[in-house]
Design a protein around this ligand. Structure first.
Ligand SMILES: Nc1ncnc2c1ncn2[C@@H]1O[C@H](COP(=O)(O)OP(=O)(O)OP(=O)(O)O)[C@@H](O)[C@H]1O
Ligand SMILES: [Mg+2]
Length: 301
């Protein structure tokens, strides 16, 4: 089982960005963010599972640990600050606003933004360096650019059905250079808020409209096409980024091809059962298995 970290320290500031309750605390010299899971919607296990998948794939990622605050009153996850001073975080919307003064970077709205396109984000990424070396240790040899690394984030989003990669859920780290930040905030992935009754039904149904295969095909991103007014499916976003960096995207697919269903199940099996039920584990494994197949369609080693 993954260990559950007991947060002893008191909050020293609340995080303003994002929608859910969270606070920063300090241990020694290091600051950590506690992200609470208050509504029973599974964001804690989803965050941890995606973190572990990112590790196996070699993606630059923020490290999340399962956690409790004040004995077992508040469940959640913790992660270290990725921008200790003198580093600072520049969010995707701020970067998009630098290139396009019409980009709605100030509105508090994060969803339904037609200017949030693959081309706009790719242009921003073209100006960033890849994440700093400590995050790049397990990246495939051919992946060298920020855009190439980000194509891996899009592969991850497709694998885990992350529909929440809005313009404040990726960022750059500013120091003397400006680098793509490691991937973070995957708590909305893996259909973690479905009811178990629906999971069981979808796993066992013979109705083609209810199957898990049908369900995974419907995952939409926050990205808009240049030519339309409906958000793109997550797989299509990966394909569009891949077309810009085919060699790097293929290197990520090679990694994905090496990931076995047994490895994915082993990750799920390490979530304590009081945080993830048996039907949730079975459904989540099927979702991952089917998304891996969808991503690898047409892939040749
Ligand atoms: N490890 C970290 N280091 C530094 N800043 C962070 C870190 N994790 C999160 N943040 C900051 O806190 C904000 C909120 O965190 P996060 O996106 O994980 O939470 P959330 O409430 O789930 O967000 P959302 O509303 O996008 O679902 C981020 O947009 C980022 O600015
Ligand atoms: Mg967020």
């Amino acid at each position: 089982m993954y260990p559950i970290h007991q947060v002893e320290a008191q909050a020293d500031s609340l995080e303003q960005l994002g929608t859910k309750r969270k606070f920063w605390y300090t241990v020694g010299e290091e600051r950590f963010l506690f992200k609470a899971e208050e509504r029973g919607t599974g964001e804690d296990w989803a965050e941890k599972v995606v973190c572990e998948l990112a590790r196996l794939l070699g993606l630059p990622h923020v490290e999340y640990e399962l956690a409790y605050f004040q004995s077992d009153k508040l469940r959640g996850v913790i992660c270290p600050n990725m921008t200790p001073p003198p580093l600072s975080l520049v969010m995707g919307n701020q970067l998009l606003g630098i290139l396009d003064d019409q980009y709605p970077q100030q509105v508090r709205k994060k969803f339904g933004i037609p200017k949030y396109t693959v081309d706009a984000v790719a242009t921003v990424l073209g100006m960033l360096k890849p994440p700093s070396p400590e995050y790049m240790e397990n990246v495939p040899a051919g992946v060298k650019t920020a855009l190439g690394v980000f194509s891996g984030y899009m592969m991850l989003d497709t694998l885990v059905a992350n529909q929440d990669r809005h313009h404040e859920n990726w960022a750059a780290v500013l120091a003397e250079t400006i680098r793509l930040a490691p991937t973070f905030d995957h708590g909305s992935s893996l259909a973690r808020n479905l009811q178990d009754a629906e999971r069981i039904d979808r796993l066992s149904t013979t109705n083609p409209q209810r199957t898990v295969a049908h369900f995974v095909g419907r995952a939409l991103s926050e990205f808009y096409p240049e030519e339309g007014d409906r958000p793109l499916p997550v797989l299509e976003v990966f394909r569009r980024f891949s077309a810009k960096v085919p060699v790097e995207a293929k290197a990520w697919l090679t990694r994905l091809n090496q990931l076995s269903v047994a490895q994915m199940d082993q990750i799920l099996g390490q979530i304590p059962p009081d945080r993830m039920s048996i039907p949730t584990r079975a459904f989540t494994l099927e979702l991952l298995r089917l998304n891996q197949i969808r991503l690898l369609e047409g892939y040749t080693p």
